[in-house]
Design a protein around this ligand. Structure first.
Ligand code: ADP
Ligand code: MG
Length: 581
């Protein structure tokens, strides 16, 4: 048999590498900004068109490149940043693999201009990795690089790009992370010809305010702790500023944004008792640590990291955050949401124990024939002494439906026991009713007597502009002026005090107008999720009944809008098996 192994041609292997480095427009932006930072720029301008799908341009005032270096920079493993293998273990520079530009150039159209040492500027144009043209340029300083038509030669990947809403969100995330970790660099960000951010050189706290808005100012608590293992600095946010999303969580290790479950966990644990259920703390935490004590190369995106001494780091972070929260005298919130079922009221203490309803409902009993008379007698005796109860109502619902653990509703049908997850059931009910009114074009708006005002971040304003039509189609009447959102009408069925959360939750979602699912479906899902009865909520018997009756008149009572099982049933066999098993 002849030999079958061949070395891949360079352009093919670059395209494969591109899959790792270039996942979407935001990953290109990240590499380009990092290169500008590595080139010691003090001013970086970012220009984006169509969520980066058609143009990502980064202009810097850094040290630039020679004509030769410009050509070399697009060759794989071409880097000015590593000479020796040991260099890989230090992360003082942002990029260190020398493959970003090669990978990016192999899947897009690139134009680069650069000048260094005040010599002549040079221009180079590359399509899919091939140099197309070169000429002199009159660029005055630094480097300007344009990435046009990303994935133009890999249609499968181009088609895989998400809606502008999603891609822009990723771009803004990348921009926020870098702008926060380099407040000493001036940034401007232009989207479709509009300048969204102009951030002058400023201290970290000002930078955070410039990005997230004035509201955050009085919520910033400084943190500063030096230990032998690591130095911790930055800001944590007061518990009052916690959110239902993790959007305000930023961890930087040696000034590089990372994701780390154990660090997040150690910070969240410091907030124990200070946050309401379902809320997440916000923070901008900078950890400085000896680069030889970490491994950043565990993930191709370099957002994950391994620490040699994670146990100690965990407790250092935990106690530093606790300490600074303590200094600012943040005391635990009064626990308004305490589970009321855990407390026994005075009335209950005094009252005689009653017969559990499960015994007096004959349908619960697998040995119905044998036990029926007896249990009925018990029931009647019981009812006779409680003449306030309605004796006429033989099928007394209150006896058939009850709630356990403030989470499940237990009911029966002819032959089995049904345990329903109240939250998922209610989501299904609302979801179908929202969908119905959208499809029947019978969306009912309610005009608010007092319009609701919500202040948004710039990022939220930009994202909202991508889906404002969708909001209108489901019955919202919204206008946005600078960073203030004014809501004058809301869809029928939404509580006024849920509105801010509904809107935030939609803007936080990776919502894809083009290919994931239909707009109406997405909105119906979000609305039902936010407005549904939650686990942990005590329901009165009317509410329990409402859930059971409406669930079983749904088209698909079995599954929640996110395809989770809503209820389980136990029939006679299941129960008997439990006893015999
Ligand atoms: P890496 O950053 O890992 O070295 P890249 O492919 O991102 O690899 O870049 C290759 C080289 O091109 C860099 O090492 C650097 O010398 C040069 N370079 C890229 N962008 C810039 C820039 N904006 N300014 C100056 N030099 C740059
Ligand atoms: Mg790089």
């Amino acid at each position: 048999m002849s030999d079958i192994i061949k070395i891949l041609p360079g352009d093919v292997s670059n395209k494969i590498a591109a899959g790792e480095v270039v996942q979407r427009p935001s990953s290109v932006l990240k590499e380009l900004i990092e290169n500008s930072i590595d080139a010691d720029s003090s001013r970086i301008q970012i220009i984006i068109k169509d969520a980066g799908k058609n143009l990502i341009q980064v202009i810097d005032n850094g040290k630039g490149m020679s004509r030769n270096d410009m050509r070399l920079s697009f060759i794989k493993h071409a880097t000015s940043k590593i000479n020796r293998i040991e260099d890989i273990f230090s992360i003082s520079s942002m990029g260190f693999r020398g493959e970003a530009l090669a990978a990016i150039a192999s899947v897009s159209m690139v134009e680069m201009e650069s000048i260094n040492n005040n010599k002549n500027g040079h221009f180079i144009e590359i399509n899919g990795g091939e140099v197309i043209s070169e000429k002199d340029s009159n660029i005055q300083e630094g480097t300007s690089i344009k990435i046009k038509n990303i994935f133009f030669n890999v249609p499968a990947r181009r088609n895989f790009l998400k809606s502008d809403f999603v891609e822009l969100r990723h771009i803004l995330d990348v921009f926020h992370r870098l702008a926060i970790s380099y407040p000493e660099i001036e940034f401007s960000f232009i989207n479709n010809e509009e300048e969204i951010f102009y951030l002058k050189e400023e201290p970290l706290n000002k930078r955070i305010i410039s990005i997230f808005g004035e509201k955050i100012r009085q919520n910033l608590i400084p943190i500063n702790e030096s230990t032998q293992i690591a130095n911790i600095s930055g800001y944590v946010l007061k518990p009052e500023f916690s959110k239902k999303s993790r959007n305000n969580q930023f961890i930087f290790v040696n000034n590089r944004f990372i994701k780390s479950q154990f660090i997040s966990h150690s910070i969240s644990a410091s907030y124990d008792g200070l946050l309401k259920d379902g809320y997440y703390p916000g923070y901008f935490l900078f950890i400085e640590i000896d680069p030889t004590k970490i491994d950043v190369n565990v993930h191709p995106n370099k957002t994950e990291i391994k620490f040699d001494d994670d146990q100690n780091l965990y407790s250092i972070i935990n106690s530093s955050v606790k300490h600074c929260l303590g200094i600012y005298q943040v005391s635990p919130l009064l626990d308004f949401d305490k589970d009321p079922s855990m407390e026994i009221s005075y009335d209950q203490v005094k009252s005689q124990p009653t017969i559990p309803s499960i015994e007096i409902n004959s349908e619960f009993n697998p040995f119905q024939a044998f036990n029926e008379d007896k249990s009925d007698k018990v029931t009647n005796d019981f009812l006779a002494t409680n003449n306030k109860l309605n004796l006429e109502d033989e099928n007394n619902q209150a006896l058939k439906i009850f709630q356990i653990l403030n989470k499940f509703i237990v009911s029966t049908n002819k032959s089995s026991l049904i345990i329903i997850n109240q939250n998922l059931a209610h989501q299904r009910i609302l979801y179908e009713s929202f969908l119905k009114s959208i499809f029947e074009n019978s969306v009912n708006s309610q005009k608010l007597v007092f319009p609701i005002e919500i202040s948004l971040t710039k990022k939220q304003v930009l994202l909202y502009s991508k889906i404002n039509d969708e909001f209108k189609s489901i019955g919202f009447d919204i206008s946005v002026k600078s960073e203030l959102m004014l809501i004058e009408s809301i869809p029928f069925g939404i509580e006024k005090n849920n509105v801010a959360e509904v809107i935030e939750s939609i803007l936080n979602e990776d919502f894809n107008t083009s290919n994931d699912y239909s707009t109406s479906d997405f909105f119906a899902k979000r609305l039902s999720k936010v407005t549904s009865i939650k686990s942990g909520q005590k329901l009165n018997s009317d509410e329990q009944e409402y859930i059971v009756n409406h669930l079983f008149s749904c088209k698909e009572p079995n599954l929640s809008p996110d395809n989770k099982q809503i209820f389980i049933t136990l029939n006679k066999n299941d129960i008997e098996n439990k006893f015999n098993g």
